[in-house]
Design a protein. Structure first.
Length: 384
């Protein structure tokens, strides 16, 4: 019997939200769906995030719907609540601009602490971080473009050592740690570092997890190569699949600099590659651990059908699903309801750090707004 995801039942969609939160979410989504209010609201919010007087207001509104909290204690409460309803949490320490050593140190510290939390808590299955949160963006960009000086190459080597220590810490504790994917002109340095660590660390367990963006024209082929390479080397693979957050930025830069755009021309082509990657993940679930990170229902339903077709358990230890906190809760809880490994990606951190981060994520994920009308309709139903 095929499992269908139930998406339009508010009782399934919002089991972990109070009526007050649903009312608040409804108001926020109304702002988001109103283009004018949205345009005016975003810069105002950015300004407000810099003025402590407005912080209580931000905490009482946006934070309750899209952010786990300012402190670890707060976000852990959220993750416990989600877990009571069968949903796991992936904690995402939110910082902007990690060029200063102090911020980089904070990010590194958060990664170690989140590894410890994943050991201690069943509701936290794995850990994620953005490599440029530790290294800044300038250095990996120069390494990727081949313009780094000898001194910069050595500095990069130093970062690689730090990251290796993180993964060694995770390896000893058997925790998977995922590195996010970034812009294509930064990614080669990240990929090269991740490969070295994958071959080294993933012998007994998928410790090092990479991310691929399937809006890139070359990534499906790359994924096939990666799987073959893992099998050839006798190591476990681990891959987060995303469509990709920097579509416009990629196209703009390619046009400005006069090289062919690295991203697909159409959404349909991105969808096709993403769905093929989903099928590859499931076909190789014996050796490859994947996160199907998407708000797209068709891609999730495809994965669910494929798991059934192959007679694999819905909660296969190597197949995970993830959506951002506050976005498409109906999909996450529908996945949990049929027994899949459903997770929420929950950002947390201080208001002045998280708001710029949230705004960037919202502009990068402008497509998430496509779901807002549906979200509104469901929230209205839940409140009626
Ligand atoms: C848990 C989680 C983790 C994430 N981690 C990362 C990460 O590490 N790195 C990263 O880059 N992103 C990341 N993202 C964001 C992700 O890449 C997408 O931007 C976002 O999820 C929207 O895509 P979708 O699959 O959810 O939904 P959909 O609405 O089905 O797809 C929207 C996406 O399709 C693509 N697209 C839209 N229009 C076109 C077009 N005309 N031509 C070609 N392609 C098009 C774009 O990638 C767009 O974001 C993450 C998302 C989630 C949920």
């Amino acid at each position: 019997m095929p499992s269908s995801l139930i998406l339009d039942d508010p009782a399934v969609a919002y089991p972990a939200r109070s009526k007050g939160e649903l009312r608040l979410a409804y108001r926020l989504y109304r702002v988001v769906t109103n283009r004018l209010l949205y345009k005016i609201g975003m810069p105002l919010l950015m300004l407000a995030s810099r003025i402590p007087l407005f912080h209580p207001l931000i905490r009482a509104t946006l934070f309750r719907i899209f952010i786990g909290g300012e402190t670890v204690a707060e976000v852990l409460k959220v993750s416990e609540r989600l877990y009571q309803h069968g949903v796991y949490s992936i904690l995402d320490f939110a910082v902007e601009r990690a060029e200063s050593p102090e911020t980089q140190q904070k990010v590194l510290q958060a990664v170690y602490e989140n590894i410890d939390r994943a050991v201690e808590r069943d509701e936290i299955p794995l850990v994620v971080f953005k490599l440029t949160g530790i290294t800044g963006v300038e250095l990996p960009e120069r390494i990727s473009l081949g313009t780094a000086t000898e001194a910069e190459k050595q500095r990069w080597q130093g970062y690689e050592e730090k990251v290796r220590e993180v993964f060694e810490y995770a390896r000893q504790r058997r925790i998977t740690v995922c590195i996010d994917a970034e812009e294509s002109w930064i990614q080669p340095a990240i990929d090269a570092l991740v490969h070295r660590l994958t071959w080294e660390m993933n012998k007994d367990f998928p410790v090092v997890m990479q991310t691929i963006q399937l809006y890139r024209t070359d990534r499906l082929e790359y994924y096939q190569w990666y799987i073959d390479e893992c099998r050839l080397r006798g190591v476990y693979g681990a891959m987060k699949l995303v469509r990709g957050a920097y579509l416009e930025k990629e196209r703009r830069r390619a046009a400005e600099k006069g090289y062919p755009s690295p991203v697909h021309k159409t959404k349909a082509a991105t969808d096709r590659d993403f769905n093929r990657a989903v099928l590859l993940s499931i076909a190789h679930a014996d050796r490859i651990r994947s996160i199907i990170a998407t708000h797209n229902v068709q891609s999730c339903q495809l994965a669910v059908d494929e798991l059934q077709q192959r007679d694999l358990p819905m909660n296969h230890s190597n197949i995970w699903f993830s959506q951002l906190y506050g976005i498409r809760d109906n999909l996450t809880f529908a996945l949990a309801r049929i027994g899949a490994n459903a997770t929420k990606y929950i950002p947390y951190g201080p208001v002045k750090e998280v708001i710029p981060y949230l705004l960037r994520r919202m502009s990068e994920n402008a497509d998430a707004l496509n779901y807002a009308p549906e979200e509104l309709r469901l929230l209205k139903k839940a409140l009626s």
